[in-house]
Write a protein that binds this ligand. Sequence first.
Ligand SMILES: CC(C)(COP(=O)(O)OP(=O)(O)OC[C@H]1O[C@@H](n2cnc3c(N)ncnc32)[C@H](O)[C@@H]1OP(=O)(O)O)[C@@H](O)C(=O)NCCC(=O)NCCS
Length: 163
Amino acid sequence: MVDLRKLKDDDKPQVRTLELFCIREYLEGSLQKSWDDLPAELMEQLGASTKDSYEYYREAGMSYVALEKGQVVGFLFAQIIQHVNNIEKVLWIENIGVHPDHRRKGVGLKLLRRASLDAKKKGAKAVQSVVMPDAKDAVMLHKKVGFFIDGRKFAFLDLENFQ
Ligand SMILES: CC(C)(COP(=O)(O)OP(=O)(O)OC[C@H]1O[C@@H](n2cnc3c(N)ncnc32)[C@H](O)[C@@H]1OP(=O)(O)O)[C@@H](O)C(=O)NCCC(=O)NCCS
């Protein structure tokens, strides 16, 4: 039996381990990159469960964990953001992951539906989620929930060395 609840401070070690596992899986599977080649400094910055980011998402109050027998088996990081694409309030899904031993049991669906319904109660009008086109399981999950996936691409600019 899997229960969902809001993310707590104490969940951090388990959520960090699971999120890094999911990122590793994606990098090695889809991008065919070796995890061991990544500099430790970069690894520390990956995901939404880094020190500052975790705290931010926990406080924002729209992030969840899925638990089975007290163990974290899934997570979802999200926040409500204002005025995106002319929509006043949007739930932004930053990342979602489920432990491989617990996949295809409806955990991802539960997490995504719960966050979306809670956001609706708070006045959000839509949900946006970044999904890598080659992450088939994530694409299929979002479709099952009812997301519309078009060919939209995000343009990203790193401002660190930008002048
Ligand atoms: C994507 C992910 C979160 C899905 O979690 P999950 O708990 O396994 O998903 P669910 O069991 O709730 O699946 C719900 C539906 O999504 C679809 N789906 C999920 N995984 C699928 C897969 N591998 N192949 C085809 N459809 C899939 C199915 O329609 C499924 O319903 P069904 O089982 O009744 O057919 C999980 O696979 C995961 O953690 N992947 C690695 C991390 C990742 O890609 N995160 C997404 C970042 S955007």
